[in-house]
Ligand binder design. Structure first.
Ligand code: ATP
Ligand code: MG
Length: 247
């Protein structure tokens, strides 16, 4: 996820990710949780705008006592929670925006927006957790998400329900791009999404990789401007190696 968020946050904004040293186990829908992190990170990046601020993502484990997690926090049942904090400086939110931040359609960004925080709240609630925001003009914003840790019984049930062996992906994805930076970035992003990723710097190299093991490659991400040959020619050569490739 770090790579994905780093790509979204523009270069002049500092971005730090502090993960808890111990593994955090929750029963959760991974796609939905990714959506939570992405929505919060995008909001932070958009709020920062061109200001030279830093965004910090931090995970931790916290015990919620009977009286809750402190000022401003919604009531949560006692227990141990996985906590995600997204904190940044920048303009912050005036009280009237803060009050309505989770209402669908409440936005400062134009028509069709204002759906990110309501979606985050919906997802977090469906995981029996809570999300809340502290923000003040000029001081920046702190969004906190808390989701209960998996209990020992839930973990045992999840282990029993796990399918044997690693999750199956359709095959390797091949990135063909002469830009070294972009090539390695895309490759790392795919690997973070748990795909097997291969990379080639030229059309010839890409075709050779596919020719060596056509059944291994599920899809090719092809740069349109290649130094050695046209992308169209590469496509045609790939088709002659493996018919089901669709371009
Ligand atoms: N981190 C933040 N800092 C400052 N203001 C924020 C922050 N996050 C949200 N807001 C304010 O809350 C509003 C609602 O956020 P929300 O994510 O729901 O919608 P949006 O970002 O406007 O649009 P989208 O549907 O694309 O997410 C934003 O328009 C913005 O004014
Ligand atoms: Mg948003």
């Amino acid at each position: 996820m770090y790579g994905l968020v780093r790509v979204l946050v523009s270069r002049h904004i500092g971005f730090a990710c502090h993960l808890a040293p111990q593994p955090i186990l929750i029963r959760a829908n991974a796609t939905e949780l990714r959506q939570v992190v992405m929505n919060l990170a995008i909001n932070a990046a958009e709020a920062a705008g061109t200001a030279p601020v830093a965004i910090t993502l931090q995970t931790s484990i916290r015990r919620v006592p009977r009286d809750g997690l402190g000022p401003g926090a919604p009531p949560l049942p006692r227990g141990v929670y996985a906590v995600l904090d997204v904190v940044h400086g920048g303009p912050g939110m005036p009280p009237e925006s803060l009050e309505r931040a989770f209402e669908p359609g409440c936005t400062t960004k134009g028509p069709g927006r204002g759906l990110g925080l309501p979606a985050v709240r919906e997802i977090v609630r469906s995981h029996r957790g809570a999300v809340w925001v502290r923000s003040a003009p000029r001081f920046g914003t702190h969004v906190r998400v808390a989701i209960p840790l998996a209990t020992t019984r839930a973990r045992a049930t999840a282990r029993r329900a796990e399918p044997p062996g690693p999750p199956t992906r359709p095959g390797a994805l091949l990135v063909v791009d002469d830009g070294a930076h972009l090539r390695s970035l895309v490759r790392r992003m795919l690997e973070r999404l748990e795909f097997e990723a291969l990379a080639a710097a030229t059309g010839d190299e890409g075709v050779e990789l596919v020719a060596r093991a056509p059944e291994r490659i599920a899809a090719v991400l092809l740069d349109v401007h290649l130094p050695d040959t046209s992308a169209w020619t590469v496509c045609q050569r790939l088709h002659t190696i493996q018919k089901p490739f669709r371009s």
